[in-house]
Design a protein around this ligand. Structure first.
Ligand SMILES: [Zn+2]
Length: 273
């Protein structure tokens, strides 16, 4: 679980393959070859799907003042992900993806989330969350409130640029993993003092933004009780407020002023096959 922003760990990562760079983008990508046999299949799957190429494509409209690296790497025992400002790199551990595999349903969950969705949804969410941290830093974007909440909002709002039918499997998959973590969470002193909200709260925030983005398409979240009615009533306003903030804060940093829906769809093609 992403409990902390582990700044500096990226420096200790194995050297692995040199980053490949798209000529037109300041986003570099790096699939570090894992040493552990258990990670080989995940490495091959991520590389074969061209996950990092898709994310780079989404970010190619961002006018970055300095290069940003998106990396998949073996991290030892850590099932985690982070953004390291010193190296301007987002790292998602193969171990974290392995944990998604372990928690995903064998076929389909009782609420209809497929194994595939329960794996690709959180991968999309975690990369976008860490990319949110990266862009706040690299673009010097002001953050009011908890940065962890802002990164969650950034991730959700980029995903919700997709048509609802395309966003739904990714949102549902992310919600599945969060639900799995939330069931193991205790609201103890450590969790309450953390810079992240409780996973259960982060889950409700995600569902609220989704429902607020399209109350018809995501009505099932309220109907089956995943999102309480009391919260749901304000979700359209919550979504619109967050989308307004994102637009105002990022517009001047984006070619064309926004990330086009088609670009996000193209960038997430790997999630649908
Ligand atoms: Zn974070």
């Amino acid at each position: 679980m992403i409990r902390a922003l582990l700044i500096g760990l990226a420096l200790a990562l194995p050297a692995g393959a040199a980053p490949s760079t798209a000529a037109a983008s300041r986003v570099r990508i790096d699939y570090v070859v894992p040493r552990a046999a258990a990670m080989q299949e995940i490495y091959r799957d991520m590389k074969g799907r061209r996950v990092l190429e898709g994310l780079r494509d989404i970010l190619s409209v961002v006018r970055l003042p300095r290069p940003l690296t998106l990396r998949l790497s073996e991290c030892g025992s850590e099932a985690n992900a982070w953004y390291a400002p010193e190296t301007r790199s987002v790292t998602v551990c193969y171990e974290y993806i392995q944990d998604m595999h372990a928690r995903a349903p064998q076929e389909t969950s009782p609420t209809g989330v497929t194994r595939h969705e329960a794996i690709v949804g959180p991968i999309a969410q975690v990369f976008l969350h860490e990319t949110g941290h990266a862009l706040f830093h690299l673009l010097d974007v002001p953050v009011l409130g908890r940065e962890e909440d802002a990164a969650d909002q950034f991730a959700a709002l980029v995903l919700l640029r997709l048509r609802a039918s395309q966003a739904r499997p990714i949102i549902d998959g992310s919600a599945f993993l969060m639900g799995s973590y939330a069931r193991e969470e205790t609201a103890d002193r450590e969790a309450l003092a953390d810079d992240h909200g409780l996973v259960q709260q982060r889950l409700y925030n995600l569902l609220c933004l989704a429902y607020g983005s399209d109350r018809r398409a995501f009505r099932y979240l309220v109907e089956r009780g995943d999102l309480p009615e009391e919260r749901a009533r304000g979700c359209a306003a919550e979504h619109d407020q967050a989308a307004f903030a994102l637009d105002r804060l990022f517009r001047r940093h984006l070619q064309g002023g926004r990330i086009a829906r088609d670009r996000v769809r193209r960038g997430f093609r790997w999630a649908y096959r």
